[in-house]
Every structure is written in structure tokens, then in C-alpha cells.
Ligand binder design. Sequence first.
Ligand code: Q9C
Ligand code: ZN
Length: 366
Amino acid sequence: MRVVYSPAHLGHEIVSETVMGRPIPANEVAERAERIRSALEADGGFALEGPTEHGEEPLAAVHDPGLIRFLETAFAQMRAEGVDRPALMPEGFNVRGLTEGMTPIGEPRQAISGRAGYWALDTSTPIVAGSYVAARAAVDVALTTVDLVLGGEGAAYGLCRPPGHHAARSVYGGYCFFNNAAVAAEAIVRTTGERVAILDVDYHHGNGTEQIFWRRGDVLYASIHADPDRQYPYYLGRADEVGEGAGRGANLNLPMPRGTTNEQYLVALDRALEAIAATSGSVLVVSLGFDTYGHDPIGDFALTTDVYHEVGRRVASLGRRLVILQEGGYYRPALGANARAWLRGAEGRPHDPLPAAGFTAAGTAG
Ligand code: Q9C
Ligand code: ZN
């Protein structure tokens, strides 16, 4: 399988994030993508290539130009204001109640902490010097993956970092700046004129993707994720969110309980695949996350490496061409094995798990 990867993600070097006001070591770190890259290189069945530049137009088809300009200039503006922090985080937020009953406000003109809170969703998503270039490269990775598939590949994988599915049209957050999968889906719709489905198997609900296509009947969004009553992104992801207007019925949320097992997961997967099979279109975009893994530090599902091979296999059995884009997954030691298993499953190759690092399979020598 062809794999698109850009080293530009290394410039998005994050040390800490904030949880309930307290700094913790960052989860969304460069090592994640490097682990996946090494595992795919070691497998021998994946061919890595760099992205091509696609410019701003396909990005602006999905995101508010104001958000793009903010992200482009934010870190430099923080420095220009003489703020000497390693990363920009918002202070106040443009929350719903602030202007309740009033005409919505615009972006503040100056203080960078206020501008950040105008566009941000949370305090989990620091902006550093290389974040914008990395986020643009992740979009180019996604669009290059689309090019490969529209050019005839049956499936291709974009190793996007930073991830994208929490980014809405005018909002960044949840470790995401630009919605790579949404930009990819929109590009596919515009190029092919077909309907497109997005299957989101990250542990978290892709609130950004849902928002972007909420009123669209030509893009189906189906997501299996932790119930937002107990998990980020908290405010969206419920089963009764079905879309509105032309998009009514083109949004499927399958919230899952704590401790979700392989078996429960596969039942939900089959429901999502059934909904996708009921719509027309020849290309499926997959928002692929491994934070569903049993050991994930911010997840609470119980999935194993073996089931990722089966999930990949079932997704491919739809018979659609696959644009597979990386989202989350934070248990770094297993990321490589999990991505390799999923992608091998999607390609119809056998599971062939490697022995876990530091252990030797019982009954084998050495
Ligand atoms: N206790 C993705 O997986 N909140 N984003 C973290 C940790 C943000 C996850 C709180 C989680 C965002 C792409
Ligand atoms: Zn996630």
C-alpha cells in the first residue's frame, strides 16, 4: 500500500497540554507518527512518499479563512507581543452565553490570548512555532492520498499529524487544526461528483467533521466513539444527532460504553458499514484512530491489535476505494503494530502479528 508522510509534523513539537487547568505531558507528540512510520517501513509492504503541495483553495473550501489566517500568524504574533511562552494557549473563550440574544461578535483585533480563545475549542491544543506548517502539511498529506486513490489505487494511507477530526469550519482544538478528512472528502466530492462517506473509528467523536457536513446530503458521516456524556468532546456525538436540512439522515453517531470490547465494537462497525453500503459513491474516507486500544492513556475501550486487522478487513469488504487518514491513538508502544495490522487487513494481507517488543512468543526459540 502507498503511504503519504511528511516530516513537517516534527515541527509541531508539543511538550505539555492542559487537563482541567493542570499541565500534563502531551499525548499528541511527534513520536506517534514516527512509530507508525517505522513499523510500516519495517513491514516491507508499504511504499512511503512525500505529499505534493495543493495550495489553500481546497483548505478554504472547508475552513473559515479567518481561522486559517489566525493559525498562520498566531505564534509570531505572540512573540511580537513579547510573550515568551513555549506555546500559545487561549485564555478566555467565545462561549455561547457571552453573546446570547446579541449579534455574534467578531475576532478581537489584538491580544493573542483573546484571539486564540475566539477560534479555540479547548486548552488541549497548544500552538508552537512549527504548528501551522505541520497542519498545512497534514492537509497536503490527506489531499495527496486522495490523488493516489482517484488515480487508481484501491486504498492509500495518509499518515496525517496533527490529526483533524475535532477541527470544525471555524474552530481548532482536540489536538487538531485543520480537518484533514473533511478537506479530503470535499475534494473527492468536487472531483468525482459522487457522494462520499466518512467512517470515523477514532475513540473520540469527530465533532468537526459532523459540523462541517451537518447540512450536507452528499457526505455521509458515520462515527463509532466514546459516549460524549463521559468523554471529550462532551458537547457533540450523541445518537440523536442525525443532521439537518439536506443532511438529515446523513449523520450516524454510535456512542459506546466504557470498556467496549472487540465483540461489541464489531457489532457497531457492522451497523456503520451497513449505513455506508446503503449510500451511493465509490470512495470511503476513514478517520483512523487507535485510541480505542485497551491500553490507551486517554481512552477506556478494550480493543486489541488483532481486532484492528479484522476492522480493516471488514471496512475493505465494502468494496469501495479507501482514503485512510490517521487521527488519534496515544499508547505509543503499540501504535506501529496497530496501524500495520489495520492496513494489512484493509489490503487483504494476513495478520502476521509481530511478537510484542521485549517478549518472546511461548514455544519459539530466541
Ligand atoms: N484527559 C484526538 O484523538 N482532551 N483528539 C484530552 C485528556 C482532548 C483527542 C484530555 C482529547 C483530544 C484526535
Ligand atoms: Zn481520538
